[in-house]
Each structure stands twice: as structure tokens, then as C-alpha cells.
Design a protein around this ligand. Sequence first.
Ligand SMILES: CC(C)(COP(=O)(O)OP(=O)(O)OC[C@H]1O[C@@H](n2cnc3c(N)ncnc32)[C@H](O)[C@@H]1OP(=O)(O)O)[C@@H](O)C(=O)NCCC(=O)NCCS
Length: 164
Amino acid sequence: MEHIKIRRMRYEDIPQVVAIEKDSFKKPYPPTLIMQILSYFPEGFLVAEDVRSNKVVGYIMGLIEWNHGHIISIATSREYRRRGIGTALLKELEDILFKKYNLNCIVLEVRFNNREARMFYYRRGYMDKRLLPRYYEDNTDAILMIKKNPYREITDTSVIVNLW
Ligand SMILES: CC(C)(COP(=O)(O)OP(=O)(O)OC[C@H]1O[C@@H](n2cnc3c(N)ncnc32)[C@H](O)[C@@H]1OP(=O)(O)O)[C@@H](O)C(=O)NCCC(=O)NCCS
């Protein structure tokens, strides 16, 4: 993580974020949607920057929905993976959603066959909540994953379950 800085996303970062998206996902988000998410909740949109080159090498997008957080997307440039950047981005977003906003939990959808991402989330405290059959446009199933706020006692997450 030497030379890597986590900071808020800026509008001028969008082309670099889109390039990482395109290289990481079969169906990347269109830039207009990324801009909408950024304007809706700028605190939840973070990038990792290599300070030697000022290049954006990773990003995470998260939103607040009802009383929980939702990770919309996370990716690290291929050549920078497995160096702790995804973990640092996730930790920073969790601090915002769990500590600052005191949300019950964070949820996300991940492709059933995305082994790397599922391992990434399992090892960082996320659990499978339920299967979302044919969730993606190519009919791949998703897993809905959840992490409860470790800083507070929660007795009821039924609202979240009922949303899907
Ligand atoms: C998931 C992703 C964001 C992780 O970013 P990263 O910067 O590599 O993250 P870190 O270096 O902090 O952690 C990597 C972790 O991913 C998991 N992982 C990555 N590759 C793996 C592999 N081949 N086998 C098993 N686990 C793997 C491990 O848990 C690993 O942690 P470890 O090194 O402590 O074992 C990155 O792999 C990525 O951009 N993937 C493509 C986009 C994507 O699938 N995003 C998630 C959509 S929900």
C-alpha cells in the first residue's frame, strides 16, 4: 500500500474509473450512471490513487438505502490486484457507512461464479444471505452478501430481507 492514497472520487476521475470498469466487468456501468451515483452520495465514491503517477488504480461505489449500505461496485486495476488496495477501499467505505452513519449492515450482489470476489468478501466478514437466481442480464445467478455493523448490537434485519 506504499504510494497508494485513498481519497474521494472527483468528476475528472470518471474516465479512469470507466476504463477499470470496462476491463473488470462483462457489463460495465455507463459513465452517466456513474456520474449520477457520484452526485447522489459523493462520500460513498472513493478511489485509490498511485501518488507516483497520479493514476487511479481502483475504486469503490457505495450508497445508503433505507437503513443499510449497498456496495454498487468495486474494482482494482489488474496489475495492482492482491496488494491490499481493495481491502483499503472497502475499509474506508465501511468506516463511513458503519461508524459515521451507524447503518445496520452493508449488502452487495456478486456473481455466483466470481470466486475471487466472493473470497475477498468472505475474508472481510461478509456472509451469503441468499441466492438471486438469474440476477444478471446473461442469466448468471448472484449471491446477496451481507455484513452486519460490527460496532453496534442489531437484533432485527428483517427490513433488508424483505427488500429482495
Ligand atoms: C475483488 C477485487 C476488487 C479485490 O481487489 P484487490 O485490490 O485485489 O484486493 P486485496 O488485495 O485487498 O485482496 C485480495 C483478496 O481477494 C481474494 N482473491 C483474489 N484473487 C483470488 C484468487 N485467485 N483466489 C482466491 N482468492 C482471491 C483473496 O481473499 C485476497 O485476499 P488475500 O490476498 O488476503 O488472500 C479485485 O479482485 C477486482 O477488481 N476484481 C474484479 C472486479 C470484481 O469482481 N469486483 C467485485 C464485484 S462484486
